[in-house]
Design a protein around this ligand. Structure first.
Ligand SMILES: NC(=O)c1ccc[n+]([C@@H]2O[C@H](COP(=O)([O-])OP(=O)(O)OC[C@H]3O[C@@H](n4cnc5c(N)ncnc54)[C@H](O)[C@@H]3O)[C@@H](O)[C@H]2O)c1
Length: 494
């Protein structure tokens, strides 16, 4: 199995690793002229006919790393042959691609607008054949290579997303039956799980050195439970060359992540998310923490995982209510992403591997542009300002996090004035078994007061994330307190 690099012109395919078989070079050798000259003399169709058998031979050559020309994958026969290999899509921005390709005698890089249009046309094709999704980055493929090679031994259909956040990078594996098999960093594994997940899935983890089981539920995402974990790690002799594994939903991931961030000032953590909330959202991006009675997620740290292993088959044991709660984060992420993810979710797509993967990619891309909530990452807070306030006011017991987010999302859509979209989302929530009305006894004034504890407030102002349309979401929006109150009161009415 070779690593086969695909992607647009200028993505850095031929220099991805030290020893890459470059099919464009092979083609030029065969044509005995530069590709640009052949294009000019005979046109693209003739070129593709000559290119195809050369690419197929390269794919059968036994080379361990191969770079394909940007248009090679237009051939269905080439795409079929790629099934034998690990296809690595090197994504690249229009700016970088143009800066690298223009003026380089490339036949399809003569006009910038046409170049960008071709890139937009090709992206879905690269996306559809990729086993691994890599962003731009200096010598990034070299660092990702061990994870890319691990795909060869992973169950069929496993995907890899390379996440970049601040100064950290980590592999995210998404597939089925992954818990046991993938390599993890560090010597011994100290596993934190909750009572439910440990009983159902703990046995699948290989090489566990020590397991710490915490009680299940948001009400246990506390400093007291974190202290218990720290002390058990110390008693078990965990050192910085070991690693922590968070096996569970967002509560386990946040709490264990916080313990890993602070224990001995930081040890590696591998997130193994087992709920929809965790698989589409909380396992990526490095936000860790615990709740205080005063407010949610009020004590914590940024601590990026060393790896994330997202095994969607664990969702098969998830209770229906928890599946529904996670659906709120799916809809939130799809609204932020827009495009084909939103179209599929809006059409009622099931939460399967593809939806989980696309949500994970959306979150990872947002975090890559802003690790610490200074800008774009605030988009991920869509629905959470009112959602967190509802959780706080109801003592973290009445609503699941995802249920509160669903209600918060409906409030945010009301505040954004997108009534038709609000109706569509309410319909999706109702069909998934999520609440679309706040219980009548919840104090609306108290919810509004609790929004003022939002960690993103600036002075007395709480900025809101609002949706103009799917894929067009804005953060930092000013909303008057009486409008928030009206939206919460309306939410109570359903
Ligand atoms: N860090 C972030 O970026 C981020 C983002 C979103 C949410 N969160 C946090 O995530 C938390 C909510 O996460 P959650 O919804 O996963 O809740 P959770 O972790 O409490 O899990 C929900 C329930 O499902 C059970 N469970 C988990 N996996 C299971 C499985 N595969 N089979 C059967 N039962 C299973 C758990 O034991 C628990 O009872 C909140 O605390 C929220 O603040 C964090």
């Amino acid at each position: 199995m070779a690593l086969v690099f695909v992607g647009f012109m200028g993505a850095g395919k031929s220099s991805a690793l030290d020893d890459v078989l470059d099919t464009d070079k092979l083609v030029e050798d065969q044509l005995e002229m530069p590709i640009a000259s052949f294009f000019a003399a005979f046109g693209e169709q003739k070129f593709r006919r000559r290119e195809e058998p050369i690419v197929l031979r390269a794919l059968r050559s036994g080379a361990s790393a191969i770079a394909l020309g940007g248009g090679s994958v237009l051939s269905p026969v080439v795409r079929e042959a790629l099934c034998e290999h690990t296809v690595v899509w090197l994504d690249v921005s229009d700016e970088t691609a143009w800066a690298r390709a223009a003026g380089d005698d490339r036949p399809l890089a003569a006009d910038r607008a046409a170049f960008c249009a071709l890139h937009a046309e090709r992206r879905p094709l690269y996306e559809s054949i990729a086993d691994a999704f890599l962003p731009e980055g200096d010598r990034l493929v070299r660092r990702a290579e061990p994870a890319l090679r691990a795909l060869a031994d992973a169950p069929a259909g496993t995907k890899l997303v390379w996440a970049v956040a601040g100064g950290s990078e980590y592999p995210v594996f998404v597939g089925r039956g992954l818990i046991g098999g993938l390599p993890r960093p560090g010597r011994r594994a100290f596993v934190v799980t909750d009572a439910n997940v440990g009983a159902l899935h703990g046995g699948a983890l290989r090489d566990t050195h020590h397991t710490i089981t915490i009680p299940a539920g948001e009400e246990h995402k506390t400093l007291a439970v974190a202290e218990r974990v720290w002390r058990e790690l110390a008693a078990g002799g965990m050192g910085r060359d070991d690693h922590l594994v968070a096996l569970g939903g967002g509560v386990v991931g946040d709490l264990a992540g916080f313990c890993a961030a602070s224990y001995q000032r930081g040890v590696p953590i591998v997130q193994v998310p087992t709920t929809v909330v965790a698989q589409v959202d909380s396992a990526y991006g490095g936000k860790t923490g615990v709740d205080l009675p005063e407010a949610k997620n009020y004590v914590g740290a940024y601590h990026q995982p060393a790896a994330v292993i997202t095994d969607v088959s664990t969702l098969e044991t998830l209770p229906r209510d928890e599946l529904a709660a996670g659906y709120a984060e799916v809809v939130k992420t799809a609204l932020i992403a827009g495009g084909s993810l939103w179209e599929r979710v809006a059409a009622g797509a099931a939460v399967d591997k593809r939806v989980v993967l696309d949500c994970a990619r959306t979150k990872i891309a947002v975090v890559a542009s802003d690790e610490r909530d200074g800008g774009a990452r605030q988009l991920l807070n869509l629905g959470h300002t009112v959602g967190h306030a509802i959780e706080t006011v109801t003592g973290y017991r009445r609503y699941r996090h995802g249920e509160a987010v669903a209600l918060g999302l409906l409030a945010a859509l009301r505040l954004g004035g997108t009534e038709a979209l609000r109706g569509q989302v309410a319909h999706l929530f109702a069909a998934a078994g999520l609440p679309t009305a706040l219980d009548a006894d919840v104090d609306a004034e108290a919810v509004v007061a609790a929004t003022r504890l939002d960690k993103k407030r600036v002075g007395n102002r709480v900025p809101f994330v609002l949706v103009r349309a799917p894929g067009d979401v804005v953060f930092g929006q000013r909303v008057a307190a009486q409008d928030v109150l009206a939206a919460v009161v309306e939410l109570r009415a359903g």
